[in-house]
Design a protein around this ligand. Structure first.
Ligand code: BGC
Length: 495
């Protein structure tokens, strides 16, 4: 940190107490965990709804050609890209809370419509709705958290999003397993509807609880709504008068004006730089192959787990068992990301994460290429498990955290949403490209390519990603502004 940098959140020694500094340095309270959890219910549904379709696809009784079958799986990602991009301007205009409530309502509608669907067109429409909600929610959740979190705990609070995603993925496999186990004869009638429809339960709870959450204090200040800001801060346990809020707003304005000319203030070179870094991070988060074991795992691994002569339902259940094991590894490993993100920082976690992914994707690839029988199952499962754990600790949550924390409040919604949109487009691209690549060069070589991409991620991200742990969100913005003044290819300082 440069000590000449102006710090709009306070602590400048001029005796003026900034309300955001109060928020940044306040003790962790139960309320913060609760709000982060509430912001991340959408993360749970993101995980649930993106992976659940793979479990039921074989049992949907409509005649769908390969385009529409593909759309049911990958269309959610494409819809999510649209939802994310659309959410940006809306949340900067209408606030974080209104958008989070609207997303939860769309999630609920999508899940209910899927459950009671009467034909293929209605199912496709409901999945599209869910895709929009996944995207919009993923665009805003960590931005909302970054706007109230104390700076030393922002990483942990934001990693809850990743954690909820992983729990959603795991629960989707477990619910599908339970429903198929209870009523294997109804796989093509009631089961798939129940499995898709259950997503409505957390969504409805989210609508009700999110209605009572405070609006983001940083967004309110930015809108000039000072009385509402002091009310929101009171809900967050920080008691300040409207006048104090007004003074802080004046200081932020002053600093921003000092830094840039008025007209260029919003999209400074620093903001553009931060956006480039987030987009690069997200592209590598996706193209290094995390969703290969998740989306294709049940099919790839099901064959290794099923017994000869299994019925379609039992074969699907064998794939789900393999996927659930990987899903559980994902949940447990994310805990370490949560523990370490504010301690070791974003950079080391991300770079070591990709290193682990590069090595263990190769291990899994060797298993697929050279082994058979039980040794193959063991090596592939161990390889995929450590690959997933490395992603979960360093790469998954870190991406969503950076997306929430690196932009200034005035453009946070739009910038974070653009990052999320890029994530979903990269997600879609890999899902679409994977089968064709597999056909062209075979699975083991595809895995070697993915491992190479993890190495490329290390080389690229280590050059551009600064450390942002323990800085206030306003200070993070200043770090990127400083960087933008240097050469774009200059190495980032690690701390
Ligand atoms: C990624 C998803 C992925 C999930 C796995 C998220 O961070 O954005 O694409 O499925 O992690 O845990």
């Amino acid at each position: 940190m440069s000590d000449t940098r102006t710090n709009p959140t306070g602590g400048s020694g001029d005796g003026d107490t900034s309300v955001l500094a109060n928020l940044d340095s306040t003790e962790m309270k139960g309320m913060y965990w609760y709000l982060a959890l509430l912001a991340c219910i959408g993360g749970f549904l993101f995980g649930y709804d993106t992976s659940v379709i793979g479990s039921v696809l074989g049992f949907i009784p409509y005649h769908l050609n390969s385009f529409w079958t593909g759309y049911l799986v990958a269309g959610a990602s494409l819809g999510a890209a649209v939802g994310a991009l659309g959410a940006g301007p809306l949340t900067d205009r209408f606030g974080r809370k209104s958008l989070l409530m609207a997303d939860a309502a769309i999630y609920a509608a999508g899940a209910l419509l899927s459950a009671f669907t009467v034909n293929a067109a209605m199912l496709i429409a409901s999945r599209t709705l869910i895709g929009l909600a996944v995207g919009a929610d993923s665009a805003i959740a960590t931005a909302y958290i970054a706007e109230f979190a104390p700076k030393g705990r922002r990483g942990q609070l934001s990693i809850i999003q990743q954690w909820m995603i992983t729990v959603g993925i795991l629960i989707s496999y477990l619910i599908a397993l339970a429903v198929f186990a209870i009523a294997p004869g109804s796989a093509k009638s009631a089961d798939w509807r129940i499995i898709l429809g259950i997503g409505a339960v957390p969504a409805i709870i989210a609508v009700l609880l999110r209605a009572r959450m405070p609006e983001s204090p940083r967004w309110l200040i930015q809108q000039g709504r000072f009385a509402d800001t002091s009310e929101a801060l009171a809900k967050l346990g920080v008691e300040v008068s409207e006048e104090e809020v007004r003074r802080t707003a004046g200081r932020i304005e002053q600093v921003e004006q000092d830094q840039r000319q008025e007209r260029k203030r919003l999209w400074t070179p620093g903001v553009k730089r931060a956006l480039t870094v987030v987009c690069l991070f997200f592209v590598f988060q996706q193209i290094t192959g995390i969703n290969v074991p998740f989306y294709y795992g049940p099919t790839l691994l099901g064959g290794l787990f099923k017994n000869p002569g299994d019925s379609a339902v039992h074969a699907a259940m064998a794939g789900l068992v393999a996927a659930a094991i990987l899903g559980a590894v994902n949940v447990v490993a994310t805990y370490f990301g949560f523990r370490w993100i504010d301690k070791f920082g974003r950079r080391p976690l991300a770079l070591w994460g990709w290193a682990g992914m590069a090595v263990f994707m190769l291990v899994a690839s060797a298993g697929v290429a050279w082994l058979t029988g039980t040794p193959k199952v063991v090596v592939v499962m161990v390889g995929f498990s450590i690959f997933i754990a490395s992603f979960a600790i360093g790469v998954g949550g870190t991406g969503w955290l950076l997306q929430g924390e690196v932009f200034p409040t005035a453009v946070r919604g739009r910038a974070a949403a653009t990052g999320a949109g890029v994530n979903w487009i990269a997600n879609f691209a890999l899902i679409e490209a994977f089968p064709a690549m597999q056909k062209a060069i075979g699975l083991p070589w595809v895995m070697v390519v993915l491992s190479g991409l993890s190495l490329l991620a290390i080389v690229t991200i280590s050059r551009v990603l600064p450390e942002t742990k323990n800085l206030s969100v306003e200070e993070v913005v200043a770090v990127f502004d400083e960087q933008a003044e240097k050469s774009p290819l200059q190495s980032s300082n690690a701390g």
